[in-house]
Design a protein around this ligand. Sequence first.
Ligand code: TRP
Length: 473
Amino acid sequence: MTDCQGDGEGAKSPMDLYEQLNAQGDKVRSLKTAKADKGEVDAAVKLLLQLKVDYKELTGQDYKAGCPPSEDVVVPDNGPVEDGEDTVDPWTVATTNAKGVDYDKLIVRFGSSKIDKEVVDRIEKVLGQKPHRFLRRGIFFSHRDMHQVLEAYEKQKSFYLYTGRGPSSEAMHVGHLIPFIFTKWLQDVFDIPLVIQMTDDEKYLWKDLTLEECHRFAVENARDIIACGFDVNKTFIFSDLDYMGSSPEFYRNVVKIQKHVTFNQVKGIFGFSDSDCIGKISFPAIQAAPSFSNSFPQIFGGRKDIQCLIPCAIDQDPYFRMTRDVAPRIGYPKPALLHSTFFPALQGAQTKMSASDPNSSIFLTDTPKQIKNKVNKHAFSGGKDTVEEHRKYGGNPDVDVSFMYLTFFLEDDEQLEKIRQDYTSGALLTGELKKILIETLQPIIAEHQERRKQVTDEMVKQFMTPRPLNFKI
Ligand code: TRP
């Protein structure tokens, strides 16, 4: 059963186009029976053909009367961005709004479903424990088929988690940790296996880096991921450059996916052009393959029907819209998804943190002093210019980066709410708010560094070796 909000209801609805095609088909037929003027018939046929082309472009399927578009049509919503729209794709996140991307609009554009209070309550009920703060606070804000996963779980049917990281440099920042912190929680509460894809091949194709560098970054980044506390008996981390060549089952799935996605479709979804190298054009199949359980025979014993749940930032959704579109056509279940918002740059929520701009990010290697200086110097403030004005009019937490960071990292809901109220009323000054953030972040980063130090080469090797996991089918 799919969730009631349905997939594929993007702005340019395939259903609208389908209905328009039906109507146009009827018109052509009636003009012909009425032996209408040839020019009129020709014009109607021409329009019909154009609509068919549009339909194929939009859905990747051929129009057939009596055969409405299948759900999960691949909507090319990452095409040219219209004025005033946010840009969100795997490579760019940008908006002109200081509050950040309009996530409700993205849900409509991408055709996913909102994680509203009802979904959060349901998760709480199924788990019998308090949902993670990322769920309570709308940081994981959108999903696909989560109800299906929960229903299966209630019936004691297992599923597995899949997430990943593109290792483009050694330097990871706190924003990179968000999906992993959440995935670690999911692994603990559901007690299920997890696969983590390090797309070193992707970074080689997209960036000016050598294969060796990308592979080294994959291993280095794996240390930071392991430091998040994953259970080695339930987690497999793999570099594409290593695993693709050693797993016939994985490669077979890649090829199956490649056969079922056209160049037109990936152009529509990812905006590839004729001058992009062919590695990029076929890469989406590699990111799709871990969504299918038989890509990991050592873990799932060749079973192809184990449901996958993918926690990721919303910019990765294009890959998985494509994956969900091909899945039923090659006989696999569609992966379910949980989408997160972005971790804003220090300068403001108009864009996400970027590892290539040191002043936009808090790195996992930053010292307590660096953290303090960066927050004090660079964190965009929603406060007023002078203390007098601030006391009188209050600050705006909705655009204040320090407050936003606290929503990610401060565990206590009541304390967070009090900070919001005091900042809004003017009782809490910007400097004081920043101090709370600094004191929250410093121990989190220091503890991460401590755990990372404990990660030995031997442990990395263990996590990255294909092997059975502690998992009963
Ligand atoms: N493409 C992602 C990146 O550049 C990495 C990735 C691969 C991923 N598989 C994933 C992210 C699954 C989330 C979920 O970071």
